[in-house]
Design a protein around this ligand. Structure first.
Ligand SMILES: Cc1cc2nc3c(=O)[nH]c(=O)nc-3n(C[C@H](O)[C@H](O)[C@H](O)COP(=O)(O)O)c2cc1C
Length: 152
């Protein structure tokens, strides 16, 4: 069984594509990882056997997480589980032409790290513009390979 669950929120598919790229890179590093759309994610995903979580989300609506992910956060926050001891990594997609560039990652960090005591193990990755851009592909690969060394 996988130790790591990646939960993503994506409206036009950019973050979804990155989610599966991260899965591919981690698998190449020998890590088992499940991927789930935030629309299907629930409290039991966080309180079950996974040790590591990757939260991946784009920003919309003046700095908010994509709506399915936003709803997921609200479901979790109302249940108030403790994530103490769970390793957490956050990545965001956005566009630096907007005032609240990758604002979703700030909301996610407050919810899962500050309020629910998750253990943030790596600096948050911000992807500016299309993930297919060579520069962004390199950022994703470098970040994910570093993450692979930090999880079991
Ligand atoms: C109407 C609209 C609003 C957006 N608002 C923001 C924003 O506030 N901050 C940001 O960083 N990016 C913003 N973006 C950029 C998206 O986050 C970016 O296109 C992202 O790659 C979409 O990923 P997704 O397809 O996974 O949802 C916005 C894009 C659109 C079209």
């Amino acid at each position: 069984m996988a130790n790591t669950l990646l939960i993503y929120g994506s409206l036009t598919g950019n973050t979804e594509g990155v989610a599966y790229s991260v899965q591919t890179i981690l698998r190449e590093k020998g890590k088992e990882i499940d991927v789930k759309n935030a629309i299907d994610a629930d409290l039991t995903d966080l309180t079950g056997n996974y040790s590591n979580f990757i939260f991946a989300c784009s920003t919309w609506d003046d700095g908010l997480p994509q709506s399915d992910f936003n709803d997921f956060i609200e479901r979790i926050i109302s249940a108030k589980p403790s994530l103490a001891g769970k390793k957490i990594a956050i990545l965001g997609l956005g566009d630096s032409n907007y005032v609240h560039f990758c604002g979703a990652t700030t909301v996610i960090e407050k919810a899962f790290i500050t309020d629910l005591s998750g253990n943030k193990i790596i600096e948050t990755l911000h992807i500016d513009g299309y993930p297919e851009m060579e520069e962004n592909k390199n950022h994703i690969k470098t970040w994910t390979e570093k993450l692979a060394d930090l999880i079991n």
